[in-house]
Ligand binder design. Structure first.
Ligand SMILES: Nc1ncnc2c1ncn2[C@@H]1O[C@H](COP(=O)(O)OP(=O)(O)OP(=O)(O)O)[C@@H](O)[C@H]1O
Ligand SMILES: [Mg+2]
Length: 256
């Protein structure tokens, strides 16, 4: 039977009086690539932050690696947090640190490994993320957009996480670089057995890498399943999202 390493029950997130997520329940299976999709402002990044324990929901519960985490003290959640890596929507590298220092950061903060070993681990992650060794000494401003995303992925996998959260890893990249980013995600899943939660708008990515998708609309999960299942769900939100003029569903008749 599939192992659910992360389960959310009835998550609600309100900012002031505005409800962004309403009773979201979902599971993550070990080894799968789950894509969270939905229109801009539908709460994808918010949901990702909550699943990654970076923001506390207004109500609801989260079970991570078999433990109910929202009831725990922050201190007790630390070992669980270390089993997750995150790449934020804007990459969010520290501009005044080199790539190597950026990748080393989680290891410096969370482990007592010697600096020399940390450097070796960071170089390994750099290579795993598809960057040349020369990139290690560069600052984020000296990198292309694609390289910056790879550096952020390298930092996300620095601590050998079991779950990697990626918020729009392909956005802002040309189609060839976005494809390369998809290859990287598939490579990490295959070689490291990573479980991945991916936020994306990109139909090509969804077809290529997502095992399952969750579609957010109007604060709820409008549809979930394989992309095929969601496309065939007949749900109005799925139709609007995937069959809109920018949806590029092969064979779809576009709304005019
Ligand atoms: N800290 C916050 N305070 C107030 N409102 C917030 C906060 N964070 C998010 N929101 C609101 O929650 C809603 C969902 O935002 P979120 O960033 O999760 O959307 P998204 O689906 O990731 O959008 P995009 O595709 O543009 O990245 C938005 O209306 C946003 O303004
Ligand atoms: Mg977002």
């Amino acid at each position: 039977m599939a192992e659910h390493i992360l389960q959310a029950h009835d998550l609600v997130m309100k900012f002031g009086r505005k409800c962004v997520l309403d009773r979201i329940s979902m599971q993550l299976e070990r080894g799968e690539i789950l894509a969270i999709v939905g229109g801009s402002g539908s709460g994808k990044s918010t949901l990702m932050r909550q699943l990654a324990l970076l923001q506390t929901p207004t109500s609801g519960s989260i079970e991570l690696f078999g433990e109910r985490v929202l009831e725990m003290s922050e201190f007790r959640t630390l070992p669980l947090r270390r089993r997750m890596g995150v790449m934020f929507q804007n990459g969010a590298l520290f501009g005044d640190l080199t790539v190597l220092e950026n990748i080393s950061m989680p290891l410096r903060e969370h482990t007592s490994i010697s600096l020399e070993t940390i450097e070796q681990i960071a170089m390994l992650k750099l290579a795993l993320a598809g960057l040349e060794p020369e990139a290690a000494a560069l600052f984020p401003s000296q990198l292309s957009g694609g390289m910056r995303k790879r550096a952020a992925v390298a930092r996300g996998i620095a601590m050998d996480p079991e779950i990697l959260f990626l918020d729009e890893p392909g956005s802002g990249l040309d189609p060839v670089s976005a494809d390369a980013m998809d290859d990287l995600v598939l490579h990490l899943k295959r070689t490291l057995g990573l479980t991945v939660v991916l936020v994306t708008h990109d139909m090509d990515s969804l077809w290529r890498v997502a095992d399952r998708i969750v579609l957010l609309a109007d604060t709820r999960i409008a549809a979930e399943g394989t992309l095929q299942e969601v496309l065939e769900s007949g749900h109005a939100a799925a139709h609007k999202f995937f069959h809109g003029r920018r949806g590029r569903v092969v064979g779809a008749t576009y709304d005019q």
